[in-house]
Ligand binder design. Structure first.
Ligand SMILES: C[S@@+](CC[C@H](N)C(=O)[O-])C[C@H]1O[C@@H](n2cnc3c(N)ncnc32)[C@H](O)[C@@H]1O
Length: 269
């Protein structure tokens, strides 16, 4: 595993999970409502926020299968999971592979969570078709994905500044931003949409600098877009982002609107 990937995974956890991903994961887990004894597949698990939130809910009788294609993310997830009190620990299986490569057995799962995941997968429809076969009767998938980038003001400012400077922004995290596109990924994989939520959350950082540095250090896609900048261009880029986000800034820090969809999908039959 590359040291730089481990540094990025730690930065993802420290700078972005607590501030951005945990509040959204909490909401998705509340909707998914994992029950004691259930077997859950947490795809694109990252540093394991879904696992940590669901572990005590499925309990010792339950199991969580955590999968991510970045071994550094899995490594940090394992460290953080090891810190949880044993009384509340579900059994866990770990796989550091692409979700596309995972071999699942029929009738194995009660629930599959894809927390900010469907938009990252190479082939989400293939993955969902495999998950469909692996779900027990009555099983469900709960996936969350960012809405359009324009609704996610911090990333919109970063993408706009990169584009103005002639660099390619990272648009993959927002690629399923249209509700119809996200619904279609599930429906064309054999699922019926049981519920579909579009919600907003304000995420807060102590400063625009803290937000941009966190994204530059740890965001799975956007950190690569920002890394194209040399130090001088980074200064200019940062000034542009700060200006674009001035209306969300105050002496208390910066409060950025985010918007995401959460879908609950079940077998059509
Ligand atoms: C935005 S993060 C979300 C992580 C976590 N679910 C959370 O809510 O914090 C997206 C994750 O998808 C993982 N990922 C990207 N492509 C993947 C694939 N093909 N299979 C499995 N994981 C993948 C990345 O490594 C990253 O950890």
């Amino acid at each position: 595993m590359l040291e730089s990937s481990l540094i990025a995974a730690r930065a993802y956890e420290e700078a972005l999970v607590k501030t951005v991903f945990e509040p959204w994961a909490k909401r998705a887990v509340e909707i998914a409502n994992p029950l004691s004894g259930e077997v859950v597949l947490d795809l694109a698990c990252g540093t394991g926020i879904g696992l940590r939130l669901m572990s005590s809910l499925v309990g010792k009788l339950g199991k969580i299968i955590s999968v991510d294609n970045d071994p550094a993310m899995i490594s940090v997830a394992k460290e953080l999971f090891a810190d949880i009190d044993d009384d509340h620990k579900a059994r866990v299986e770990w796989y550091d592979c692409g979700a596309e490569a995972l071999i699942l057995s029929p009738n194995q799962l009660d629930l599959c969570t894809l927390l900010q995941g469907p938009n990252f997968l190479k082939d989400p429809k293939k993955v969902l078709r495999d998950v469909l076969v692996a779900l027990k009767p009555g099983g469900r998938v709960v996936g969350s994905a960012w809405a359009g980038i324009e609704e996610n003001k911090g990333h919109f400012a970063i993408a706009s500044a990169l584009e103005k400077l002639g660099y390619q922004p990272a648009l993959k995290p927002f690629s399923l931003g249209s509700p119809d596109t996200l619904r279609d990924v599930f429906m064309s994989s054999g699922f019926a949409i049981e519920k579909f939520y579009t919600e907003q959350k304000i995420i807060s950082f102590n400063s625009v600098k803290e937000f941009v540095s966190g994204v530059a250090a740890g965001a799975p896609a956007t950190r690569h877009a920002i890394s194209q900048l040399d130090p001088n261009t980074y200064e200019k880029f940062f000034e542009m982002v700060e200006e674009l986000l001035s209306k969300y800034s105050s002496t208390n820090g910066v409060s950025l609107p985010t918007q995401a969809h959460i879908v609950v999908a079940v077998s059509k039959v």
